[in-house]
Write a protein that binds this ligand. Sequence first.
Ligand code: GAL
Length: 721
Amino acid sequence: MKTKSKSLFEFYLLLVVLLSFWSKGHAQNTLISGMEELKWEKIMPGIWKASVGKIGLNPMDYANAPKTEAIKELGDAPFPFDPNASRSLLVPNRASVRLPLNKTEQIYGLGLEFEGMNRRSNVYSLKVDHYGGINGYTHAPVPFYISNEGYGVLINSPKRVKIHVGVGNRKDSDLPELIDRTTGKNWQDRPLSDAVEASVEGDGMEIFVFAGQTTLEVVQRYNLFFGGGIIPPKWGLGFWHRMHTESSDKDVLKEIQDFESNKFPLDVIGLEPGWQSFAYPCSFDWDTTRFPDPKNFVQTLDKKGIKVNLWENPYVAPVSTMYKDISPFTGSHTVWLGEVPDYSIPEAQKVLLKHHQKNHLDIGVSGYKIDEVDGYDVWLWPDHATFPSGNDAVEIRQLYGMMMMDMFDRHFKEQNQRTYNLIRSAYIGASNHNFVLYSDYYDHKGYVTAMASASLSGLLWTPEIRSADSAEEWIRRFQSVSFSPLMMLNAWYSGKKPWSFPEVTDMVRNTIELRMKFLPYLYTAFYEYNQKGIPPFRAMVLESGYDSKETLDGSKLDDAKNPYAEQKRLEVTDQYMMGPSILVAPVFTGQKERTVALPKGNWFDFYTGEFAGNGETITIKTKLEEIPLFVKDGGIIPMLSTLENKSDQTLEVRHYGTKENTYFLYNDDGVSYDYEREEYSLTELKTTKNPEGKLEGNTNALKKSNFNYGNMVWRWMTVKH
Ligand code: GAL
C-alpha cells in the first residue's frame, strides 16, 4: 500500500514536471506564434548568418572583403544566445526579427550618436540624415548593435531599419510585473521587454551575429569582417586647415606663409565650395578667376609638403564639363537643381572618376571632402524618386555615401596611392574606407561623445573646430580635435586661423605639436585597426576593467508636472581611449574640474608620470594648457623627439607605471599600399625587470625594411632611474 501511494506520488510528480515542460514549450510556441525560427548558418569562426526573404541592393557590395585569417586568429566561439529564441516574420512589404535580450543586458552601437552610448529602452528609425536627436536619424545609422553579454548583431538591409531595443512588449513574451499607476511606485512608461525587435519595409533582411569574449572582440570581428580598419597616409595624421570658401590661390599662399611665420605645422589645405566655377550644385571644375592655374597651384603646395583636399557635393550642375556624360545616369529628381548620379551604375562611376582623374588627381589633388550625402528630406530626393538602375530611392539614399567612398577608394588603390578624406554619411562596413565623418552639429560635448560612439560601428569621426566664442573655448576645442582621427580647423565661413585667439596661441601650438609627436604611437594604433580591427579611438565600454557605473537619475522626476517623464541614464560619454594605453578626458568651456572614470588597474598622469588612480572615479583640477591624459600601467608610448627636422626620426619611448610590457612599433612608407606586400618594419619595444628589480628597455627589430625609426631613447616616467 505504502509503495503504491509512493509510486502514485512519483507518477504525479512526473506528470507535473512533464506538464510544466510542456507548458514552457507551449508558452514558447505561443510566443512565436506566427513567427518562424531563424536558421543560423555559421560562415566563419564566431560569425553566423540567417536570412529572411530577400534584400534589395546589398550594402555589403560597398564594403570590403573579410580578413579571413585575422578572424580565424580571434578563435572560434559558441553561438552566443539561445538560437531557438530568434524568430522572424515576413508579410507583404515588411520583414521583422525578434532576438532575445535578458533583463540586465546592455546594448551599444547603432551608429554615430552624439548624446549617449547605451541604447537600451528606446526605439530608433535608422535613417541616413542630419542628426535628429536620439531617434536614429544620423549621418551613419549603422544597424549593428553590441551586447555587453559578448556578441553583436548586424541587420543587413539597404532600407531604414526600425529597431526596438528592449521596448514594446508582446503579450506572449516574458512580461514584467504589472503595476498599478495610482499606487505603484515603480510603474514605468517603458516596461522592460525581453527582446530586440527590428523591421524593415521591404521583402527581407539578413542577420549576422558576431561573437566575442569581450565587447572589443565583437567590434574586432565586425571590423575584420569588412577588411579591418584603414591605415591613413602619414600626412593625413598631420594638421588640416580648410580655407574660407571664397579664397583664391593667392589667399592660400598667403595663409601658408602665415602658418610658417606663426610656426604652425601644416599638412593639408582644404578648399571649400569656392574653388569650383559653380556650387551648389557642383561643376567640379576649377574657378579660373580664383584659381587660374590649378596645376601650378597644387604642385607649388606639393613642393612645400602640403596636400590639397577638395570639397564637393555629388549634385551635378548643368554647367559642369561632366554634365553631358553623366546626365543619362541620373535620377528623376534634382538636389539644389543639380542632377543626382546613380552611382549604383558602374558607367556613372566611370564618368565621375575620369573627370576627377583628369582635372584633380593628375595634377596632385590628394582627396575629397564629400558633403551633403546625408539629408535633410527637404534637400534630397523623395522616397518615390526613380533612378535609371531601377534601384529604390530609399536604398540609394541610405547607401549613397558608401557608394562614393567605395568608388574613390578602389580608384586610389588601383594607383597604389593611399588617401584620407572626409564624408558626411556612412553605413554598414565602413571601417575599411579611407574617410572620416564630420557634421554641422557643433556641440563640443556631443563631438566627443561621437568620437567614442563611432568606434562601436566601424566609423571614424573628427570633432573639427570652426570657430569659438572665447579663447577658452578655442583651446578646449583644439585640444579635443588634436586627439582625434583627423585634426582639422574648418574655417570655411569663419576664416579663422589657429592663432585667431592670441591669448592661447602658444597653447594651441603646443597641443598640435604634442599630437604630431604621437605619430609613431597613433600610426601603430591604425596598424592594429587594420590588422586586428581594434579602433584607434575607442569608447570606454570597449575597455576591459571599465565599469560604466551607469545609474538612472530619478531625482528630478515630478509626477505632478510631467507624469510620463523618463528617468535619465547617467553615463560616461566624455572620455575615450586612444591607442592601447592612453585615456583622453577632454575639458569643456567653464570646467574648472572634471571627473574621470579610470578602469581597473593602475593609471598614471601622462604629463607627470604620477599615480592617478585605480578602478575609481577621480576628480581632477583642470589646467587651461593641458588636455588630461592618463596612461595604463606598463604603457609604452613611442613619440617623435623633435618636429623641427623631419629627417630626424629619433624616438622618445616613454614608459609609465611599474609593469613590464611589450609593444610592437609599426612603420612603413606612409603613402602607398606596399605594406600589403610586406614592405613595413616592426620593432619590439620591451620593458623587463633586471635582477635588482629595475626596469630596462630593449628594442628588437622583428622585421626590417627601409622604414625604420632612428634611435630610441627610453624615458621612465614613473620609476626613477
Ligand atoms: C556644409 C559643410 C561645411 C562646409 C559647408 C560649405 O554642408 O558641413 O563643413 O563645407 O557646407 O558650404
